[in-house]
Write a protein of this length. Structure first.
Length: 116
């Protein structure tokens, strides 16, 4: 019974880590795209009006990916709670090191709480 729960937790963890990594890659690529659009327009000395709709669309895509990352981080937290609920509190399924502390200026839900 414990082995079956541990195996299930490992399978879910592998999928979770893959999804987290894919989102990080997608966010980086979307950021590169946003930068490339703005830089290309400036380098070509084109009007700021040209391609504004494309910039807005690319920026919206970036924001949606960041929101998705926030949601997958919340999923990670909830799965960690579920792991404890099924009796696997001491089972490590990720890195050998401890989880990092929340950076200062962030609230429990990961949003900025203070802007200086």
């Amino acid at each position: 019974m414990l082995k079956a729960r541990r195996d299930a937790a490992m399978k879910v963890a592998e999928s979770l880590f893959a999804a987290e990594e894919a989102l990080d890659v997608a966010i980086a690529r979307a950021a590169e795209l946003n930068s490339a659009i703005v830089s290309a327009r400036a380098e070509a000395k084109l009007s700021a009006l040209l391609g504004q709709d494309a910039i807005e669309s690319a920026a919206s895509t970036f924001a949606a990916l960041v929101r998705a990352r926030c949601d997958i981080v919340e999923t990670h937290k909830r799965l960690d709670d579920a792991k404890t609920q099924i009796g696997l509190r001491t089972v490590s399924v990720g890195d050998a090191g401890p989880k990092p502390q929340m950076p200062s200026g962030f609230s429990v839900n990961g949003h900025l709480s203070v802007v200086a």
